[in-house]
Write a protein that binds this ligand. Structure first.
Ligand code: SF4
Length: 713
């Protein structure tokens, strides 16, 4: 038996794991005691990774051979790699020649490794010449990215996990950290044990496990975060908890914001947010009055039609009170997916470019084009996630290549997504699993390797780059994601008569080295790192330029921000209501979130029976008074409806929500909902009910809130 060092493939905590293998199969997994993200700890999901890799399960759920179909109404048949990639390359070449490069699109994933991301980005922007490549990270972190860029000047989380150990106040907003980032939550628990004075404030509409443990729970109404943060800033000004000298020396734009937050009086904010004025005052005093306040936040802020403003309003608070650039302080976004950060680093989204270069900047585009040896990188931003599927449905994008993600469950408004998937001339699905809701729409199925079989790197929430290593050979005819993209690119280049860019990669290390060299002089410079250093000295944080002996745990300690003039920027944020408004026809606010033991659409965690012990089936949580009024009892089936459709769930009483609010776990899709007697109702999972409305800056959809009606089935 040997043990291979790798990284957990689930959440953005990025825990190190040791994979035990006998060479034929994975026999066990344990936390890597040397990995700084988790020091040997794993949560229920990470500690059962080996169970999802058992051969008996793999045989049932894995995509193992390429498959193609020549007509939409025919079943796919097994093919071989060469003829499958030839077919695809011919179709792409013909479509690009006839309709231009923007007639094709890619929808990729924050679960890809950095090397995979890099090659797909180069394929789309360098070879084909389209920015129509977006990622499910659009559903995850794009509002956090936009918030950081607007205020601090760069997509760079300024904090580290070790700041939890130094904080005096931890402000958790829109995150059920206990469930979504469990190993990090253990660290918060330990910090509280070590420092009984440490205060934890949680802002969340539900009394989650995280909120239950808090010293102060602000049970705000869904979507009212900006009002809360502006109200806290109003009170910090009133209580003289802001730092005028820091604001004057290192920031700009405060006067306008100060004027705006005058209107966010305690009475107005308490009413808007549905909280007590005394609690608002307590939160402001703790936040602004502590020596070190650390904010942790996640999808409750990001998955919103005002997600960028929510992020910026929270960062405003940190800047005004000088809670940034010192141990234990700062705004710290928790990454949802294991490598949403790595994808941003290589620019693998519709509006980004390699190494945090700016797509709108001609000099940046020219640098990337020169680096890849191509004439140009197109200037026009590509379609972001929702826009991408709208363009497919409208016939503007004819070929869609989906990689390692399941939009037929995860995207909002499934009617749009499924119409688009039916409309496309060709849908290519590159997947490890045959069980996702998207696979039936595939005209071409490309079987990919998955965790335990592939190698590369990922970057976690605290900018720490970790190696991912294979413990097993690629099963059957599966190939690595980067390898599939590179093989295809070489075939397409021949058909397009292009000799550049180069895709002759043999190993992921070659790709990573190319990415690394593109970061020279950038804010995320990692030219001092190598695969060998990451193996020998363990995971490292960026920046780590050539000549450095360590990465940077904390950014902006010198108070010089990543803006052109070095000053942080206050954003004049104002509160906007949710896209869906509760009304007499749709009287319930529906919120969604992760459960403790499942991951995303359950293609992996759904194969492990133990992980159903915590939540066996999807339910809608309702307040007991709402159930009583509707003569509902636990276990009754209800229709949950709005103009986007109807889904059926069993109802379960919970007084962790206020009257009028409901909650459904995000994980169950049609595979897991089928066979439950849904009659003629289509069961796509809860996201089918969510609004496709997006944030105007980040284009992240509002997956956290919808207005619904609930009727007994
Ligand atoms: Fe994996 Fe996240 Fe659990 Fe760590 S906390 S073991 S990264 S799922």
């Amino acid at each position: 038996m040997t043990e291979i060092k790798s990284t957990c493939c689930y959440c953005g905590v990025g825990c190190g794991v040791l994979i035990a293998t006998d060479g034929a199969q994975i026999t066990g997994v344990r936390g890597d005691p040397e990995h700084l993200a988790n020091a040997g700890k794993l949560c229920s999901k990470g500690s059962t990774l080996h169970l999802s890799a058992q051969p008996v399960i793999q045989r049932q759920v894995r995509a193992l051979y390429p498959e193609i179909r020549t007509q939409k109404n025919l079943p796919r048949v097994r093919s071989d790699w060469d003829s499958t990639l030839n077919l695809m390359a011919e179709k792409f070449a013909e479509t690009i020649r006839s309709h231009g490069p923007d007639s094709v699109g890619f929808y990729i994933s924050g679960q890809l490794l950095t090397e995979d991301y890099y090659v797909f980005n180069k394929l789309a922007k360098g070879l084909i010449g389209t920015n129509n490549i977006d990622s499910n990270s659009r559903l995850c972190m794009s509002s956090a990215v936009a918030g950081y860029k607007q205020t601090l000047g760069a997509d760079a989380p300024p904090c580290s996990y070790e700041d939890i150990d130094h904080a005096e106040v931890i402000f958790i907003a829109g995150s059920n950290t206990a469930f979504a980032h469990p190993v990090l939550y253990r660290r918060i628990e330990e910090a509280r044990k070590n420092n009984p004075q440490l205060k934890v404030i949680v802002a969340d509409p539900r009394r989650t496990d995280t909120a239950r443990d808090a010293d102060l729970h602000l049970a705000i109404l869904p979507g009212t975060d900006v009002a809360l943060f502006n109200g806290m800033l109003h009170l910090c000004l009133w209580e003289e908890l802001t730092d005028a000298a820091f604001i004057a020396a290192h920031t700009e734009g405060f006067a306008e914001l100060r004027q705006t937050v005058r209107d966010y009086t305690p009475a107005m904010v308490a009413q808007t947010c549905g909280i007590k004025e005394a609690d608002l005052l307590q939160a402001a005093r703790w936040f602004g009055g502590s020596a070190a306040t650390l904010s942790l936040y996640c999808q409750g802020l990001n998955q919103s039609s005002s997600g960028t403003a929510k992020n910026a309003a929270l960062i405003n608070l940190h800047l005004a009170t000088h809670q940034i650039g010192k141990p234990g302080a700062g705004p710290f976004s928790l990454t949802g997916q294991p490598n949403a950060m790595g994808g941003r680093e290589v620019g693998g989204m519709a509006n980004l470019m390699s190494a945090h270069r700016d797509l709108a900047n001609a000099a940046d585009r020219a640098e990337v084009a020169q680096y890849w040896g191509v004439d140009e990188v197109p200037a026009m931003p590509g379609k972001t996630a929702v826009e991408l599927f709208e363009a497919v449905r409208a016939g503007q994008i004819r070929l869609l290549w989906i990689v390692c993600t399941n939009p037929a469950q995860s995207m909002p408004e499934q009617n749009l997504i499924r119409e688009a998937l039916q409309k496309a001339d060709m849908v290519i699905v590159q997947e490890a699993y045959t069980t996702t809701a998207t696979v039936p729409y595939a005209d071409v199925l490309l079987p990919a390797t998955t965790w335990g079989e592939k190698s590369g790197t990922v970057t976690n929430s605290e900018r720490r780059i970790s190696r991912v290593n294979a413990a097993l050979a690629a099963p059957a005819e599966t190939k690595h994601d980067w390898q599939i993209a590179a093989l295809f690119a070489q075939k397409l280049a021949l058909l397009l008569n292009k000799t550049k860019p180069d895709f002759a990669y043999e190993t992921p290390e070659q790709i990573w080295n190319e990415h690394r060299d593109s970061t020279r002089g950038r804010d995320l410079d990692i030219t001092g790192l190598s695969y060998a250093l990451l193996e020998e000295q363990g995971p490292q944080q960026w920046p780590y330029p050539q000549g450095a002996s360590a990465g940077k745990a904390r950014l902006y300690e010198d108070h010089i921000f990543a803006t052109p003039n070095g000053r942080a920027r206050f954003v004049n944020t104002t509160y906007q209501v949710t896209a869906d408004k509760v009304d007499p026809r749709h009287p319930f606010a529906l919120t969604t979130g992760r459960l403790r033991d499942q991951w995303h659409g359950m293609s992996r965690t759904g194969t492990v029976p133990q992980l159903f012990a915590h939540a066996a089936e999807p339910v809608i949580n309702m307040h007991p008074q709402d159930m009583q009024r509707r003569f509902l009892k636990n276990g009754d089936l209800v229709h949950v409806s709005n103009r986007r459709g109807t889904q059926i769930f069993a109802v379960s009483a919970s007084d962790d929500l206020r009257v009028g609010q409901t909650f459904i776990g995000m994980h169950w899709g049609e595979e897991f909902l089928s066979g439950r007697g849904h009659g003629q109702h289509v069961a796509y999972g809860v996201n089918a009910l969510m609004s496709p409305a997006t944030d105007p800056v980040s284009r992240q959809p509002e997956l956290k809130h919808a207005a619904v009606k609930i009727v007994k089935a």
